[in-house]
Write a protein of this length. Structure first.
Length: 323
């Protein structure tokens, strides 16, 4: 068996803990939540050779379907609770900020920046280990987001400058198209898209959730990396969604498309988001839990990717950009 590692750049571990799951247990023993069968637990990550992750601090606004924050103070409280869980897991040896044999190393990523009420909050988050920030999920006071078109706001422009001063990484996933291009014009720091797929494959994208070929090329030009999301709605062409299950070959199709646009395999990785409000029936059919992610090695190799390229997609590309 080949020796390789996996870097998953988008997992909502703390959010799921707050939803009633104990992610220190295998997914198979976690409760069903909102009719979703769990796919991620820390034992599954270890079994699946996932040695690096980006653990999100996911700040979700209140919607008709989901409870969430109604003010920036509530967003900050939500984020603080999630920081607390990551610190607890690190203190217990379940996760680590530094390499520790058998323990996934975590990089903290804010998804939806309304929790940053003022500059002092940003520095506090930085002290807690946050190194990556996405301005939006839906719209925030900083930027337009998924299903919420709009530009980077004046507050967002100021936050981008502060993020650049701290040399933090900008996550472009979930930005509306206008905000995406605004951020690329404004930011001097590194950029990634932690969990975004190819619009040209999915085809129908009224919510501006996916990346056009021009957006992908822009990230490549900035030396960024794009993490492939494992949600079947984001993998399958629109005319196939609901008619069949996604497979790992669908993941490979998105990976290959980005490689073709780049002319090399250096700008794509994994950002599975497998626990982001998804259940087992909404990820590729071969994947029951994160323990099965090594199957993607074989899928890529069988599709003609040479060993160095496979290792780049599974781990090295993210390690190069995130450090």
């Amino acid at each position: 068996m080949k020796d390789f590692m996996i870097f998953d750049a988008h997992l909502d571990l703390a959010m799921n803990q707050l939803r009633g799951r104990d992610i220190t247990h295998p997914a198979s023993t976690q409760p069903v939540v909102d009719n979703e069968i769990a796919t991620v637990g820390l034992p599954d990550l270890r079994q699946g050779r996932v040695t690096r992750i980006c653990g999100t601090i996911f700040c979700q606004p209140q919607t008709d379907r989901h409870p969430g924050y109604r003010s920036i103070d509530e967003a900050y409280e939500q984020a603080s609770q999630q920081i607390g869980w990551y610190k607890r897991w690190i203190s217990q040896g379940e996760l680590g900020f530094a390499d520790r044999p058998g323990t996934p190393r975590v990089n903290l990523l804010i998804e939806g920046a309304d929790c940053i009420r003022k500059a002092d909050d940003l520095y506090w988050f930085y002290e807690q280990g946050v190194r990556i920030v996405g301005l939006a999920w839906q719209a925030t006071r900083f930027a337009g987001g998924t299903a919420c078109p709009g530009p980077i706001t004046p507050a967002g422009q100021e936050l981008i400058r502060e993020l650049d001063q701290l040399e933090m990484i900008h996550d472009l996933s979930h930005l509306s198209e206008e905000s995406f291009w605004d951020l690329l014009d404004l930011a001097s720091g590194p950029v990634i898209a932690s969990h975004s797929n190819c619009r040209s494959i999915v085809q129908n994208d009224p919510n501006q959730r996916h990346l056009s070929d021009d957006m992908i090329r822009a990230i490549i030009q900035k030396k960024g990396v794009i993490g492939i999301n494992f949600y079947d709605r984001f993998l399958l062409p629109d005319d196939q969604y609901g008619k069949r299950r996604a497979t790992l070959q669908d993941v490979v199709t998105h990976i290959r498309h980005i490689c073709d646009l780049a002319g090399n395999p250096d700008h794509v990785g994994l950002g599975t988001d497998m626990d982001g409000g998804l259940g087992r029936e909404q990820v590729p059919i071969e994947i029951r839990t994160s323990a099965d992610l090594p199957l993607l090695y074989d899928a890529l190799a069988e599709s003609g990717f040479p060993d160095p390229a496979v290792r780049g997609v599974l781990y090295d590309n993210w390690a190069r950009v995130i450090g």
